[in-house]
Design a protein around this ligand. Structure first.
Ligand code: OSB
Ligand code: MG
Length: 373
């Protein structure tokens, strides 16, 4: 597979509903998409970096720069057999994992098309359907919060995750639990608490949450292990797991009993599979996190979620929860049993609506191979 050129685009799409977490509110998504031209085909990657460096230290503008000036020059013009060859090409560049993931995943997307196999199979997936949960942003009032939970439970989602922070936690969990005594609930603090809050967090054990996601510092797992020993509810790590070594270290320390895998956060499919395998060796289940992706990142998340140790419902939900109109055809839909059917045809299994992508594009660059003597 000779990589002839890569088109970088920034597209902008408003979210159907604002998404509020402990690190801020998002109403408009700015997304970096990569389109690889190779073998007469077009393959796609999505960079999940946010508009601001609030979830992690990456943001779309840093991703744009590093992709254009450092990553693509190492890949364009190369002849590659596999997506898994990409990490070695990018190794000299430190960090920038979300930017790297967009490049690597686009090459896997290409490989699946060239080989004529479903991306899910190429990644080692075994599931025909994946279990879906939803992540509910913080709502302005308790009434709206309860109504939101009601809507998602009625839609069939198998796990409801409640975003929380100090001041929007215990009373909210209590109200939701009272109204819905039997549903699977979890919470995500996005690093809004400190170890001094351990006694407060321990009081949530009564709400029978499946897990508490990243309660402490975004770059920590040691103190999460200290906290885990003081509470009954399982801790799930998100932000602080950057690679397979972090996963191994965190789980060896007892920093959590569940891992959220985001392919962008760990730098691409190769590392995501490795984190999946490390967790499996520790007997720890994983689930696929979301970053408010467009249909391209969503299709890639579905393929990844088909691996065997993705045994808990992920934050991979229907296109319509995010977008008035997605950029893929068909859109991602979730059946009444809260599942997505994993596509069985070659490639990512969802066509990209190039006309719509074009209409949403606000910035474009085309990186071609440098002339070699
Ligand atoms: O912490 O899981 C998170 C969205 C943006 C950044 C971080 C997170 C999230 C979500 C939303 O929880 C998941 C989704 O529905 O895409
Ligand atoms: Mg999270």
């Amino acid at each position: 597979m000779k990589i002839d050129a890569v088109v970088m685009r920034e597209i902008q799409m408003p979210l159907a509903h604002p998404f509020v977490t402990s690190f801020g509110a998002t109403t408009m998504r700015r997304m970096l998409l990569l389109g690889i031209e190779a073998e007469g085909l077009r393959a796609w990657g999505e960079c999940v970096a946010g508009e601001h460096p609030y979830f992690s230290d990456e943001m779309i503008d840093t991703a744009w720069t590093v992709t254009e000036t450092e990553l693509l020059p190492r890949v364009v013009g190369q002849v590659l057999e596999r997506g898994s060859e990409v990490p070695a090409l990018l190794e000299q560049v430190r960090g920038h994992r979300m930017a790297k993931a967009a490049v690597e995943n686009a090459v896997w997307d290409l490989e699946a098309q060239v080989r004529g196999v479903p991306l899910a199979k190429l990644l080692g997936g075994t599931r025909e359907r994946i279990a879906c949960g939803v992540s509910i942003g913080m709502q302005p009032t308790m009434e709206e919060q309860l109504a939101k939970v009601e809507t998602e439970v009625a839609a069939g989602y198998q796990r409801i995750k409640l975003k929380c922070r100090p001041g929007w936690d215990t009373a909210m969990f209590e109200a939701v639990r009272k109204r819905f005594p039997d549903i699977v609930l979890s919470c995500d603090a996005n690093s809004a608490y400190r170890l001094d809050d351990a006694a407060h967090i321990a009081t949530w054990d009564e709400f029978k949450l499946l897990m508490i996601e990243q309660p402490l510092w975004y770059d920590d797992f040691y103190f999460h292990a200290v906290l885990q020993r003081q509470i009954k509810t399982a801790i799930c790590l998100d932000e602080s797991i950057r690679n397979r070594r972090d996963a191994d270290a965190a789980l060896s320390l007892g920093g959590g009993r569940i891992v959220n895998i985001k392919v962008g956060r760990v730098g691409g499919f190769t590392e995501a599979i490795a984190v999946h395998d490390v967790a499996q060796r520790h007997g720890v289940p994983v689930w696929c996190g979301g970053m408010l992706e467009s249909g391209i990142g969503r299709a890639h998340n579905i393929a990844l979620s088909s691996l065997p140790n993705f045994s808990l419902p992920g934050d991979v939900s229907a296109s319509a929860r995010y977008w008035a109109e997605d950029i893929i055809d068909p859109e991602v839909t979730v059946g009444g049993t809260g599942e997505i059917v994993v596509p069985t045809y070659a490639g990512r299994g969802f066509g990209v609506r190039v006309d719509r992508v074009e209409a949403l594009t606000v910035r474009r660059a085309r990186v071609v191979a440098a002339l070699r003597a």
